[in-house]
Design a protein around this ligand. Structure first.
Ligand code: NAP
Length: 484
């Protein structure tokens, strides 16, 4: 099965921070892949912008090198690589001064879609928005893409929203959370709202509890300063995990349209109860075979920043009353795994007697690695010897299900950048959603600070602190394994 590629409108995409890690490792390879897929119209270009001492040829050489590393399969084709590089421009520009802006203006075409990607440190988001307006670069077809972190707390996110709103309409602002661009996340909506099978069961009457896990093997190398000020709660929970929670818990929107979807997500966040302190576990990784412990990494022997957090949340509405949501995320864990598990209740009565054991259905939605969906169902164990029951997975691995001729699902950035050009905000966070998420997270962090809470140590390469297991055990439940 070969996917349809619908070309987008002519565009000028300007990447502020074009020489940075994100631009080179993710955005440029994503653009190159869409270029090779035939999605770029003839009149389209990408312009990197940064302060570095580079000219266009120098920037093209940087991009070529990155594509050879991060899109090596396609970059082997020299003709494709050269054709793409012809569409790559560069301008030396400073977000904090007026240097370079006139040169940028000279490269742009007012008739095209114009997208400014803010791939710079968060301190430059507001100055960039201001400069774009000051230099009259915003047209009706202009969009801005704002990376994470979107604020540090409610107050700063409000201030940033206010600055952006002073210069752009909400319909022009694309706050990116790359988790929303993952194929499986959209499949989650397809599974929920495209089938009769699941939605009638998708409530507290049938769902015992839901687990959302984002486990990483990597530490925080290269981001020590930022991370030690942020921690797992701000860096991962406030955005990625809460977004996943919203998509799992939201009511069916009337249509698959940006505001209809985002209205429903916002209602979920607003329905979240405050979290009890004994329903949260914080952890900090110690030294291991893969490197020094957290405090050595950040160079602060007294750091009380968490590299792991697990919590039990409640969505207080008619659908979910009584069904807990357990969320956990951490660094330097045993395996890299992002997965949502929906654990259904036991059948109300077993006609097979106690010997058959207890069995319950479970739906696992894997975001990475090996994106796919697995439904655990109970069947009879084959063979003679009476009625013994066994759980088997119905596995919908996308790679297998769609066959060897299927295209690899596009990387999240491929989809999201093209959605910006298309003007589709469905997979981007709205300002009020971000603020509501901070409003839920801020009191949790304030509580830690007030109590002088110190994170529990956990072994690097483990599944996290033992207390996270207790959080579940107290409720008679257990975490689904983080698979190595
Ligand atoms: P980075 O590697 O430090 O790159 C920063 C870029 O901004 C460089 O191109 C830098 O070039 C440019 N820059 C710095 N000051 C500037 C100024 N005054 N005017 C114009 N350009 C300036 O950062 P990054 O890792 O790519 O991250 C960029 C943003 O994406 C951050 O907000 C980060 O939180 C977010 N993000 C990154 C990742 C990731 O995987 N890297 C993931 C998620 C989100 P010059 O110094 O030459 O100007």
């Amino acid at each position: 099965m070969v996917s349809r590629v619908i070309p987008v409108d002519p565009f000028d995409l300007i990447i502020f921070g074009g020489t940075g890690d994100l631009a080179q490792r993710k955005i440029m390879p994503a653009l190159f892949r869409r270029f090779c897929a035939g999605q770029w119209p003839a009149d389209a270009q990408v312009i990197g912008a940064a302060r570095g001492d580079l000219d266009r040829a120098g920037f093209q050489a940087v991009v070529a090198e990155s594509l050879r590393s991060y899109a090596s399969d396609l970059a082997r084709n020299g003709d494709a690589l050269n054709a793409f590089l012809q569409r790559v421009g560069f301008v030396r520009l400073d977000a904090l001064s007026d240097a370079g802006w006139d040169q940028l203006a000279g490269l742009l075409d007012n008739a095209r879609v114009r997208a400014f990607y803010f791939s710079v440190g968060p301190g430059l988001f507001a100055p960039l928005a201001t400069k774009i307006q000051a230099h009259n670069l915003a047209t009706d077809k202009t969009r801005i893409v704002v990376e994470k972190p979107f604020g540090h707390d409610l107050e700063s996110s409000r201030a940033l929203n206010a600055t952006l709103a002073a210069h752009f309409r909400e319909s022009q602002i694309y706050r990116i959370d790359h988790y929303l661009g993952k194929e499986t996340v959209q499949n989650l909506m397809a599974v929920r709202f495209g089938n009769m099978l699941f939605e009638p069961l998708w409530n507290s009457q049938y769902v015992d509890h839901i687990q959302i896990t984002v486990a990483e093997t990597v530490g925080i190398d290269g981001r020590e300063d930022y991370y030690d000020r942020a921690g797992a709660m701000r860096d991962m929970m406030q955005n990625h995990l809460m977004q996943l929670l919203c998509l799992i818990a939201m009511e069916p929107p009337a249509k698959f349209d940006p505001d209809a979807v985002r209205d429903e997500k916002l209602k979920v966040i607003r329905a979240l109860d405050p979290v009890e302190p004994h329903h949260i576990v914080r952890g900090q990784f110690g030294a291991g075979a893969d490197g020094p412990g957290y405090r050595d990494v950040v160079g602060n022997p007294r750091s009380a920043t968490e590299s792991y957090v697990a919590l039990r949340a409640h969505v207080s509405n008619w659908r979910w009353a009584g069904t807990p949501f357990y969320l956990r995320t951490g660094k330097r864990l045993v395996a890299r795994s992002s997965v949502i598990n929906v654990l259904f209740k036991d059948a109300p009565h077993s006609i097979f007697g106690a010997a058959a054991g207890r069995h319950a259905n479970a739906l696992s939605i894997r975001l990475q690695p090996n994106e796919g969906i697995t439904l655990k169902v109970t069947i009879k164990e084959p063979g003679p010897g009476g009625m013994r029951l066994v759980d088997v997975p119905l596995d919908m691995s996308f790679a297998e299900a769609l066959g060897p001729d299927s295209d690899t699902p596009p990387d999240a950035y491929e989809r999201l950048v093209m959605d910006v050009i298309r003007g589709n905000q469905t997979l981007f966070m709205r300002g009020d959603e971000v603020e509501a998420a901070w409003a839920w997270v801020d009191p949790i962090i304030a509580g830690w600070q007030a109590r002088g809470d110190v994170p529990k140590p956990y072994d690097s390469g483990s599944t996290g602190p033992g207390d996270a297991e207790l959080l579940m055990k107290r409720d008679g439940r257990h975490w689904q394994g983080i698979k190595p």
